[in-house]
Design a protein. Structure first.
Length: 266
């Protein structure tokens, strides 16, 4: 699959799912500045609106909401959080760990833009991909706590044929890096299989995953986590009745890859 179209296909999959549950489907397309730190790739982040809209037309998306930065941040927006003004939303208790430990202001940006989008569109349902597992937990908590009457629906992670989760950042990978990139999913899959075989000790599960990651050259592991699926707190000992979200982040060169699977979750 052409990596330049990977996020497009992910959106198209979500639209197909939404069409089964809703009379009308609106897709939002917005590169959100408040999710980026000053050192991150906001300026290089892919923007392919025309191609996105063309593909969405093929799956009968009813409307596209693609606001400008000025519309979403009328007070203006800078990447330095200490200099930002205006209204922002934070979800305490779900934002500080995992991705939040590496990108401390990321979920503040997510929560803010999702609140704005839900307020602007006022949908009955909103569809998010499981690939950003922590984000789904943040959004569910946000909707519950702010009494937003939107049902959050989580769609399965869209993957390439070798298991790599589709992401717009995959296009940054060289051919050699792309060949190595599925190692993160292989690591998560090894943990999943070990759990299915009866192993419950989080330390044993994590060690198995790290062993897989260590088998591939030039992979920098940021984290590998076995966390309670509801609280997102790291499991210390046996995986409990809530099951777990097994997630990880690696770097290949300058490209960051994240992924997750759920174990023991109905």
């Amino acid at each position: 699959m052409d990596s330049r179209r990977q996020d497009d296909w992910l959106r198209a999959d979500n639209v197909a799912t939404a069409k089964q549950q809703c009379d009308k489907v609106v897709t939002s397309i917005f590169v959100n500045p408040s999710q980026f730190a000053p050192t991150e790739d906001l300026e290089k982040y892919p923007r392919t609106l025309d191609a996105d809209v063309a593909l969405l037309n093929t799956v009968n998306c009813d409307a596209v909401f693609s606001p400008s930065v000025a519309e979403m941040y009328p007070a203006g927006i800078v990447l330095d959080v200490s200099k930002q003004i205006g209204t922002f939303v934070e979800v305490k208790g779900k934002s500080h760990m995992l991705e939040g430990s590496v990108r401390p202001h990321f979920f503040r940006g997510v929560a803010t833009v999702v609140t704005k989008l839900l307020n602007a569109i006022q949908p009955t349902h909103a569809f998010f991909g499981q690939k950003d597992g922590q984000q789904t937990a943040v959004v569910r908590t946000l909707v519950r706590d702010l009494l937003i009457p939107t049902k959050i629906v989580i769609c399965p992670t869209t993957r390439d044929t070798d298991g790599l989760a589709l992401s717009s950042r995959n296009r940054y990978l060289s051919s050699e890096q792309r060949a190595r990139a599925p190692v993160l999913y292989k690591s998560l899959n090894a943990i999943e299989k070990l759990y299915a075989a009866g192993e419950r000790d989080s330390r044993v599960l994590k060690t198995a995953g790290l062993t897989v990651l260590g088998s591939t050259d030039d992979v920098v592991v940021e984290y590998l986590s076995v966390a309670d699926s509801l609280t997102l707190e790291e499991v210390d000992g046996a995986v409990g009745l809530n099951g777990a979200m097994v997630s990880g982040a690696i770097r290949l060169g300058n490209t960051r890859i994240i992924d997750n699977v759920l174990i023991g979750v109905a």
